[in-house]
Design a protein around this ligand. Sequence first.
Ligand code: HEC
Length: 197
Amino acid sequence: MTKTIFTKKAAALLLAGALGAGLVGFGARAAIMLTNTVTGQPLDLSEAPEEGRDTEAVKTFLETGKNIYNEKAVCLPKAHEIYLSMCSGCHGHYGEGKIGPGLNDSYWTYPKNETDQGLFETVFGGANGQMGPMYGALNMNEMLLAMAWVRHLYKDDPKGAVWLTDEQRSAFKPFDANAKHVEAAEELPDACGGPAG
Ligand code: HEC
């Protein structure tokens, strides 16, 4: 009898914990604990739009904290477009910094931004001042795409690109501002979270 009560209580505690972390309501449970960059409070993922929650990239991110869009060529045009409309006004066309800090080198005000998890937390939940939370403007799949463009803008020695896999790092070329601009396709490719992705 005592044992049953204990188990029920434990289950209730677990549920309360999951609710607190905002993880209920997602098909794929987040295996990682996501926290606000400034306050350290758990992020409430249910604040994100319904759309873009179930893409392979979002599911993988919530399991592993890794962004599979980094250096994924087919997704970079869309990643670029999102960055230009949502981030460049404050961070500069090339992430060189404007009213917001530069994002194209390996210096971070918040060192956790060198991980995909930390970068997502900053984009989702915001930081200080003008860096507001993005969950009202972008869905989680779009956040991962914008993040991939931030990584692509990196201009220094690839050795410092610690967010890339070893394989990606050995192939990585510092950002070339003269590279040909590729327009994003009208429809989001499936591989980037599009209709059948
Ligand atoms: C309205 C202006 C504004 C917009 C739009 C904006 N940011 Fe920011 N961002 C800032 C400011 C200001 C800071 C500095 C905040 C701080 O230090 O707490 C900042 C900080 C950051 C940081 C932390 C940098 C570090 O050195 O640790 C990252 C990462 C970041 N922004 C990414 C983005 C991305 C990606 C977007 C687009 C999805 C974006 N921001 C849109 C103004 C903005």
